[in-house]
Design a protein around this ligand. Structure first.
Ligand SMILES: Cc1cc2nc3c(=O)[nH]c(=O)nc-3n(C[C@H](O)[C@H](O)[C@H](O)COP(=O)(O)OP(=O)(O)OC[C@H]3O[C@@H](n4cnc5c(N)ncnc54)[C@H](O)[C@@H]3O)c2cc1C
Length: 228
């Protein structure tokens, strides 16, 4: 458990990538942990889909998203986000699934395993959950749904709940500030759709990016020597 970072970001979707870029540029030591590959959720979108949002509203880190028409296709978006990660030299550990987040006196202990089954554990002062909602389906409990050919939708808030975040039983929304996106667990943030339970249709990439801006601003403020 040697590594102690300022910030661990869980999830390398568009929102986690934006958080990594902002952390890096602010001189905050960070690491992004991703259970699959970068923008794993978009990999699973329909092969020939086109986003409903225009390209410039999906951009991260100010990198232009150049597309053949005004809206990107799935492939254009995949190429774009992956190239941004590469060009920014972001610290991402792929195939690292986080299964537990725990508040400890100096910040957070983050635990999980790689897809080879190796366990890992890290410590950070702040944590941000940007896990989206597509990769943790809420299963129906019917025979056959565990087969690889079957997929499901919607997330249960296990990771957040385990860390002590209050979850609204009606909407499964995480208890958090709409100003800073910090949860009721000090130092733990929810970014993008990850904290919105059944209200996922309220949050897209375009407005999720605002959460990152506010949260990183809050982390910077708390890290400044005056507030440390
Ligand atoms: C078909 C379709 C079309 C869409 N079109 C648009 C659009 O036009 N405009 C728009 O703004 N939005 C659109 N959306 C919604 C948008 O894609 C999501 O809101 C967006 O992907 C959210 O980004 P995110 O980074 O929060 O989450 P995600 O992209 O879901 O990324 C979360 C990441 O976290 C990882 N992860 C999850 N759990 C863990 C864990 N325990 N440990 C480590 N990693 C983990 C996942 O593998 C994933 O890579 C669309 C969605 C769909 C399905």
């Amino acid at each position: 458990m040697a590594l102690m970072l300022d910030l661990v970001i869980v999830g390398a979707g568009p929102i986690g990538i934006e958080a990594g870029i902002r952390a890096r540029r602010a001189g905050i030591t960070y690491l992004i942990l991703e259970q699959g590959s970068v923008v794993n959720a978009i990999v699973g979108y329909p092969t020939y889909m086109t986003f409903f949002t225009t390209s410039e509203r999906l951009e991260v880190g100010g990198h232009p998203l150049v597309t053949a028409t005004d809206k990107p296709t799935r492939k254009e978006a995949l190429d774009y986000y992956r190239k941004v990660v590469q060009n920014e030299g972001l610290a991402v550990r792929q195939h690292h699934r986080v299964s537990r987040l725990q508040r400890v006196p100096e910040g957070f202990e983050i635990m999980g395993h790689t897809d080879r089954g190796e366990a890992f554990a890290l410590r950070s002062r702040f944590a941000a959950v940007a896990t989206g909602y597509f990769d943790t389906p809420k299963l129906l409990g019917v025979p056959g749904e565990d087969r690889p050919t079957v997929s499901g939708y919607y997330a249960e808030p296990t990771l957040l709940e385990g860390a002590g975040v209050g979850i609204d039983p009606a909407t499964l929304t995480a208890c958090h500030s709409e100003e800073t996106f910090e949860t009721n667990v000090p130092g733990l943030y929810v970014l993008g759709s990850a904290g919105y339970g059944t209200r996922t249709s309220d949050v897209f990439i375009e407005n999720g990016l605002v959460h990152v801006e506010r949260a990183l601003e809050d982390i910077r403020r708390k890290m400044s020597p005056v507030n440390a």
